[in-house]
Design a protein around this ligand. Structure first.
Ligand SMILES: [Zn+2]
Length: 203
């Protein structure tokens, strides 16, 4: 008796099922690797996580990309934060002098080393611990995403609205946003959580 078979994505003959067909023809993005837990977790702030996710895939529209597309040919675009060199993913979020000062302020509240060469090194160091659902790691991830989001927002405000804030003002927004988030999470009481609340002046 004739039977319908399906040749799957890897060329194997399998039973014809809608799920097998979909698995073979569905669009496939790039591999997420193991940094998924750095970006997405149950208590993340979605808009922060979204910008961090774009950063991970180098999908933000930084000036190095705009130049590649020949938008504004001949214009001498520079990083709106330091006004020294064109911005790129690594420059904007780590090597820029303005971003560096913001990170130095954030580091005082992050129990994790940030003295690395760029955001890839930082996420590489954080990834092995990222899936741990413990207060210290959650706060590090919240701070990372909030800092990336606020630096990107500050860059765009300067670029498109001609509105500038200082490093301390940007840090204040990061600090208060993360503090509010910490207050909204239902924590299991533990010495670590008590220390966290004390560090963030939460009663
Ligand atoms: Zn810069």
């Amino acid at each position: 008796m004739d039977v319908v078979k399906w040749k799957d994505f890897d060329g194997n003959l399998t039973e014809f099922l809608v799920s097998s067909v979909w698995e073979s023809i569905r669009p496939r993005g790039s591999n997420v690797f193991n940094w998924y837990s750095v970006v997405w977790f149950s208590t993340c702030i979605p808009k922060h996580a979204f910008v961090l996710w774009l950063l991970m895939g180098e999908k933000l529209k930084t000036q190095d990309k705009l130049r590649h597309w020949e938008i504004c040919p001949g214009s001498n675009l520079v990083c709106p934060l330091c006004e020294l060199v064109p911005d790129s993913h690594n420059h904007l979020f780590f090597t820029c002098s303005f971003s560096n000062q913001v990170w130095m302020l954030v580091r005082n509240h992050m129990d994790f080393p940030i003295h690395c060469d760029g955001w890839r090194d930082f996420t590489f160091l954080l990834t092995p611990f990222a899936a741990r659902n413990i207060a210290r790691i959650i706060v590090i991830k919240l701070l990372l995403a909030a800092t990336v989001y606020c630096l990107w927002k500050e860059r765009n405000a300067r670029f498109f609205k001609r509105r500038k804030r200082s490093c301390n003002q940007v840090f204040d927004v990061i600090y208060h946003t993360v503090r509010l988030k910490i207050m909204s999470i239902t924590w299991k009481n533990s010495p670590q959580v008590l220390r966290l609340k004390s560090d963030w002046k939460i009663s």
